[in-house]
Every structure is written in structure tokens, then in C-alpha cells.
Design a protein around this ligand. Structure first.
Ligand SMILES: [Zn+2]
Length: 419
């Protein structure tokens, strides 16, 4: 088992050790691994992610440690970016990327304080902790957390930060631990437990690296909460992450405020107003288009003479979309006289709409109707287009390269139905 220097010296940034083993790269693990007698590198465990840093072996160049993992036998493997020439017993010097480690300490200690705050205020125990690259989260054993509880826990946790309470590590036997009333007792299996104590606030068994006083957490900032299988997930960030995230939020909000020429806190109101305005404008536009289609339909019906007790209306729209073409087709086929509308739009995406006045509406003059769906399929097949519909209404798309032939397609359709 590798001796873990971070247990008692979480501030240790550099150390010396000797190589105990070297794992050659394999298909499964393409990076070489080094096992040391002791290490200050933290391996991914207990929700906290691993350290990175550098190892210098004997007189060779220093190599980057990209991942640190714990084996089942308790040995810690340092995975290296590049192969090294090392043998057992070689002296090695390790250096931790301490900016990364400090961040992890802030997040992990912040998590203990936050979890304790949720227990103290709302009796909501934490069932799991996740540390990500951007944010961290805890899962609380509760079906929901209100925004008031989020704010309450955040306030209480930051109060503990501001009081700069000492954070101490100590070791006790399992029997002693059971008497101490820990927030979380690990499953049986360890005789000696490592306890992390935030003075007069939280006592937990934990193998992670922690700050030495709560003030070093900097700040605890709660983000969103969401329902998950085992309860409610609360996202949070501590220390420098909280500052970075607040800076990012501020930039985004400032940009939005500048776009609206307003103050930051007025942005939600402005968005609400804009959404309402857009809804109204969309409605007005739809009404106007409907009226326009109606008038164009009336004009087309007026201009088109009747032949064989029906009117065939052909129209290609080059400045209106397929939605308008559809609307126009619906309007003309609503007239008293049986109408067949062969309509197209060349506006992207180009398409065809074939419609006719339904037979029953035109007094059973079924001899004046055709199958629009079949007609559309037949016409589109010549250009590789796709579409379909019912006997009275069909719609389809024309391949982009064929828009010049749209008028010809309508003539073909008219020819087929004997117009
Ligand atoms: Zn912990």
C-alpha cells in the first residue's frame, strides 16, 4: 500500500520518494504508470478528482503526471504522459500542480460545509458528491429543494466560511467514531477512520484533501437544482470557481443588458416584454398573410374562367414560402365552384401544393376531381422530389436544383388532369 503523504500534509507540494514499480503501457492502458513508496499525489476517490503534476526520475527530464488512480490493493499509480526509463529503487521527485489541488480542496471542504448546512437547517442528508471540471454537485435525499432552502443553505454555509473556523484532521477507531455522531459514517471495513472536522459544525469520515480553515474555501455559490433518481441534485461552486462563474454570468448578463440598453436587473423584464411583443407581431403577421392569401385567392378565382364546370388555378410564388402557397391553395379551393389549385413556391425550401375542392362540398361533382396525392407523386418522381397527401390535398418538396422547372411541373400536372 502506498503511503499517502496528503493524509497528514495536504499542503505538501513537493516530495521525494523511490520507485517501487513501473507498469509498461498496454492496449488497455496506453500510458506508462509508476508506483512510488509514498506520494503526495491524490488519486481519484471519494468524489474528489485526482491531482496532476510532474515526476523527475534520477537525472532524466521531468515527465507530466496526467492521471492518478488507486488500485484495489491500495497502491497508487501515477500515469505519465511519456515513457520513462526507471527501475525499482530509483529516486524520484514529485511536484503537484497546486493550483489544481487548491481548487479541489476548496470544492471538497466547501462540500462538507454545504452538506452539513443542509442537514442542520432542513435535515436533508447528502447521499453522493461529484466534482466536475466546471462545477460540483451533491445529491440530497429529498424529493425537492425550494429556492428558499437553496438560498438558506448557501447563506448558512458562507457564514461558516466567513467565521474562518479551523478544519482539523484526526484519526479514531471505528468504535470511537460511532460514539461521535458523524454526519456520515463509512461502511464497515476500516478499523481506523480519518475524520475531517469543521470546528463545532461538521464531523465526517473522509480521505480527501481539505483546507486548514474554512475561510480558505473563499465562498460557496449554489447554482441550479434538479430532480434525480436518488433525490435532488444541487450544483455548486466554491472559491476561485465561484468568482470565475460569477464573472462569466456577469459578462453574459452585461451583454444582454447592452443589447436591450437597460440595467442588468431589468433584463428579465425586457425579455418578457420582447417575448410578448414577438407573439403579438407573429399573430399580426399571420393575420395579414391570411388576409393577403384571401384577397389573392379572390382575384385568382375572378381572373380564371371556368372550363368543364371547374377552374384550374396555377400559381408559382417566387417571393412567398411554401406555407403561404398552402394557405393560398386552401383559400381558392374553398370557393363555391370546384377548383383545382396547382401551386408552388421557389423560396427555400421549394415545394409544391396540389389541392382541390372536396367532392362533397362541390355538390358531388366527382367527375371534375382528381387524386391530388397520386398526381403530386407522379409529377415529383420526374425530378426526384418527395411528397404525398390525400385525394384532396397534397404537399411535397422539390430538390433545390429543380426550382427552374417548377412552372413546367405544374403544366405537366395540369396536362395529366386534362386541363
Ligand atoms: Zn469528503
Amino acid at each position: 500500500m502506498t503511503k499517502r503523504l496528503y493524509y497528514d500534509s495536504p499542503e505538501l507540494q513537493e516530495f521525494e520518494s523511490v520507485v517501487e514499480g513501473v507498469l509498461a503501457p498496454s492496449a488497455e492502458q496506453p500510458r506508462p504508470g509508476v508506483i512510488l513508496r509514498e506520494t503526495a499525489f491524490y488519486p481519484t476517490s471519494g468524489g474528489q478528482v485526482h491531482d496532476t503534476g510532474w515526476l523527475t526520475l534520477d537525472s532524466s527530464d521531468r515527465v507530466r503526471v496526467t492521471e492518478v488512480a488507486e488500485q484495489e490493493d491500495g497502491r497508487i499509480v501515477h500515469y505519465l504522459e511519456a515513457p520513462v526509463r526507471a527501475v525499482g529503487g530509483a529516486v524520484v521527485r514529485g511536484v503537484i500542480d497546486f493550483d489544481r489541488r487548491r481548487d479541489h480542496m476548496q470544492q471538497h471542504s466547501g462540500q462538507h460545509v454545504l452538506s452539513a448546512a443542509f442537514v442542520e437547517l432542513y435535515q436533508m442528508p447528502t447521499v453522493s458528491f461529484h466534482m466536475g471540471e466546471d462545477y460540483c454537485s451533491i445529491d440530497l435525499a429529498t424529493p425537492s429543494v425550494s429556492s428558499g432552502q437553496i438560498a438558506g443553505a448557501e447563506k448558512r454555509a458562507n457564514q461558516i466560511v466567513f467565521e474562518n473556523r479551523a478544519v482539523r484532521i484526526r484519526y479514531v477507531s471505528r468504535a470511537e467514531a460511532e460514539k461521535l455522531g458523524l454526519r456520515k459514517l463509512p461502511p464497515a471495513g476500516h478499523d481506523e477512520l480519518r475524520l475531517v472536522e469543521v470546528t463545532d459544525f461538521d464531523l465526517s469520515a473522509c480521505g480527501g484533501t481539505h483546507v486548514s480553515a474554512s475561510g480558505q474555501i473563499g465562498s460557496i455559490f449554489l447554482r441550479k437544482s434538479e430532480r434525480v433518481r436518488q433525490g435532488t441534485r444541487v450544483e455548486f461552486v466554491c472559491g476561485d470557481r465561484a468568482v470565475r462563474m460569477a464573472r462569466r454570468d456577469y459578462s453574459a448578463l452585461s451583454e444582454a443588458a447592452a443589447l436591450f440598453s437597460t440595467q442588468l436587473w431589468d433584463v428579465p423584464d425586457q425579455i418578457r416584454k420582447n417575448v410578448e411583443e414577438s407573439k403579438l407581431l407573429r399573430k399580426q403577421k399571420d393575420d395579414a398573410l391570411d388576409q393577403l392569401a384571401e384577397l389573392m385567392a379572390l382575384a385568382a378565382l375572378h381572373d380564371q374562367p371556368e372550363t368543364n364546370a371547374r377552374k384550374i388555378i396555377m400559381r408559382v410564388f417566387s417571393d412567398r414560402d411554401i406555407g403561404f402557397a398552402k394557405l393560398f391553395a386552401q383559400k381558392v379551393t374553398r370557393a363555391a365552384t370546384p377548383v383545382i389549385a396547382l401551386v408552388a413556391s421557389t423560396v427555400d425550401p421549394p415545394g409544391l401544393v396540389f389541392a382541390q375542392t372536396p367532392a362533397q362540398a362541390s355538390g358531388g361533382a366527382s367527375d371534375s376531381t382528381a387524386d391530388m396525392g397520386a398526381l403530386l407523386k407522379q409529377v415529383l418522381s420526374s425530378v426526384g422530389g418527395r411528397g404525398g397527401g390525400s385525394r384532396d390535398f397534397a404537399q411535397g418538396g422539390v430538390p433545390a436544383g429543380c426550382t427552374v422547372r417548377v412552372e413546367q411541373l405544374l403544366r405537366e400536372a395540369a396536362g395529366t388532369i386534362g386541363a
